[in-house]
Design a protein around this ligand. Structure first.
Ligand SMILES: Cc1cc2nc3c(=O)[nH]c(=O)nc-3n(C[C@H](O)[C@H](O)[C@H](O)COP(=O)(O)O)c2cc1C
Length: 158
C-alpha cells in the first residue's frame, strides 16, 4: 500500500505524535518525536520543523526517511517509508503544503520549514495482542491500555 486511505487518516488523527527516523550519509540514524504532522493529499506526510535541526540536516544529505505513529489506546498505527524534501518559507508551495500544520502549530510555535515526505510504502503496525488475543473487543483493548497507562477517559459529551 502506498496511499493514505481512511484507515490511515483515522490513525493519523488519533495519534498524539509521530516518530521521524532519518539517517546521515554514513547511515547513522536519528529518531525524534513530532507532534505537528498531517497528511497532504493521499501521498504525502507533512511535518512542521519547529526544532528539528538534526532531521533537517540528515534529510538534506539523505532523503530516505521512515515515520511511524500509533493510536496508543487502540494499540495500532502505521509505518511509512518515503523520500523527504525540505520546503523553505520562501518557496511557493510552503503555504499550501503547510496549511494544516501551520494551523495546528498556531502562533505559539513558529514553523521554520516544512518536511514533506513522498510516500513509497505504508505498512500497518499492530500490538502483539491482536495476534495473541484476536477475539478481544476494541473496548476491552482500549480498557487494557487505559489500565496500563493509568488513564481515565473523559465521558463523551452528547
Ligand atoms: C512531545 C514532543 C513533540 C514534539 N513535536 C515537534 C514537532 O512537531 N516539530 C519539531 O520540529 N519538533 C518537535 N519536537 C522536538 C524535537 O523532537 C526535538 O527538538 C528533538 O530533540 C530534535 O529533533 P531532531 O532529531 O529532528 O533534531 C517535539 C518534542 C516532543 C517531546
Amino acid at each position: 500500500m502506498n496511499k493514505i486511505n481512511e484507515t490511515v487518516q483515522t490513525d493519523i488523527d488519533n495519534s498524539v505524535l509521530c516518530w521521524l527516523a532519518t539517517a546521515d550519509i554514513s547511515g547513522v540514524p536519528n529518531v525524534s518525536p513530532k507532534e505537528i504532522f498531517s497528511s497532504y493529499g493521499d501521498n504525502r506526510i507533512i511535518i512542521a520543523d519547529i526544532a528539528s535541526t538534526n532531521s533537517v540536516r540528515n534529510i538534506r544529505a539523505n532523503p530516505n526517511v521512515c515515520v511511524s505513529f500509533i493510536d496508543i489506546f487502540r494499540q495500532r498505527g502505521f509505518k511509512i517509508v518515503g523520500k523527504a524534501v525540505i520546503i523553505e518559507k520562501t518557496e511557493a508551495n510552503f503555504a499550501s503544503a503547510g496549511a494544516r500544520v501551520l494551523k495546528m502549530a498556531g502562533d505559539d510555535y513558529p514553523v521554520r520549514r516544512i518536511i514533506s515526505i513522498d510516500i513509497e510504502k505504508i505498512s500497518p503496525i499492530w500490538a502483539p495482542s491482536y495476534k495473541l488475543f484476536p477475539d478481544r473487543s476494541e473496548a476491552d483493548r482500549m480498557q487494557g491500555a487505559y489500565d496500563t497507562y493509568a488513564v481515565t477517559p473523559k465521558p463523551l459529551v452528547e
